[in-house]
Ligand binder design. Sequence first.
Ligand code: ZN
Length: 201
Amino acid sequence: MANLPKEIIELSDAFSSLPNVGPKLSARIALYLAVSAKDLAKKLSFSLEEVVNNISKCNICGNVTNEDICSICADDKRDKSIVLVIEDSLDLINIESAKEYKGVYHVLGGVISPINGIGPDDINMTSLIKRVEDPMVKEVILGLNPNLEGDSTCLYLKDQIDGVRDDISVTRLAKGIPVGGDLEYLSSQTIIDSMKSRINF
Ligand SMILES: [Zn+2]
């Protein structure tokens, strides 16, 4: 690495900050882009700038959007009385592909994970509690993955929601989602089943 030009070292360092990319892979990608794939490098550079400049989080639900409010929150046909809480926008894409759910979402952008130093204030939770204060919201569905962090985040959320409303239904997706399973990868049918058989939490 020491003999490489500083531009490539800097690019490689940036790649190595990505999840699951080690120093060898990052150096290989940096070299590939710098030497063999300049057109792709230009395209990437343009796309990255577009994303940085134009993409933000929806002011209501935290979903990714290129407007102030995402297309789902802006849609009059969506049922605003049901809020499905999910970890990230990839879960949303998968649930939408099942074409079953007609409510709206709340994207946390993570789950509580003390081991990784992520607390309630590090995810999009305060805005959810504010949303729940609105009597229009009748049900909150907890659509977090069934693992240790997902479970403890659900418990924490339930506690917070109970603190602001006692007339709201809090449910959790259940049937068919295997323990340790990831919502992002579930089939449409599994999502539809788990939606229909949600349980009181
Ligand atoms: Zn939204």
